[in-house]
Design a protein around this ligand. Sequence first.
Ligand SMILES: [Zn+2]
Length: 158
Amino acid sequence: MSPPRWLADEMVGRLARYLRFVGCDTVYARGWDDGRIVAEARRDGRVVVTRDRALAARSDRALLLTSPAIADQWRAVRRAYPEVPREPSFARCGECNGVLRPFLPGPETPRAVGIPWERVDRGLPLYRCLDCGHSYWEGTHSEHLRSRLSAWESEDVR
Ligand SMILES: [Zn+2]
C-alpha cells in the first residue's frame, strides 16, 4: 500500500518537510484559507494534516495532531499510516515538493558552491529537483535525518 498524498497546513511546516524527505508527496498550504485547503485536498485526494480541529472536521480525510512537538507529530503520522516510510529517500524536494532525479554532471556543468564535487566526480550520486533545482546527496544532512527519524521511532514507548 502506498502512503497517502498530504496537504499540510501552515502550523505543521516542519512535519511537511520530513514527509517530503521520506518521499511523500506533500503540499504545504502556506497562507491558504481553510476553504482552499479543503477544496484542494478534495480535488487531489490528499489527507489534510493539521492541528486545527475545525479544519480537520471540515476535511474529507484528515489527520488531527494534538502535540506541537515534531517527534510526537511524526509518531502520530506513522501510527495512523504505517505505510509512510521511516527512512529518508531521494524522491522529493524538501524545499518545494518537486520530484528529484539523479543528476550526472558533465564537464560543462557549472560547479555550484556547496556541493561536494570531488566526491561527486568519484561516484557519489547527486539528485536534483526538477522544479527548483535544489541538489541533494548522501552526506551529513541525510545522516542526521536518518538518526533523528530512527530516534523518534524508538522513543515510542508511551
Ligand atoms: Zn525543489
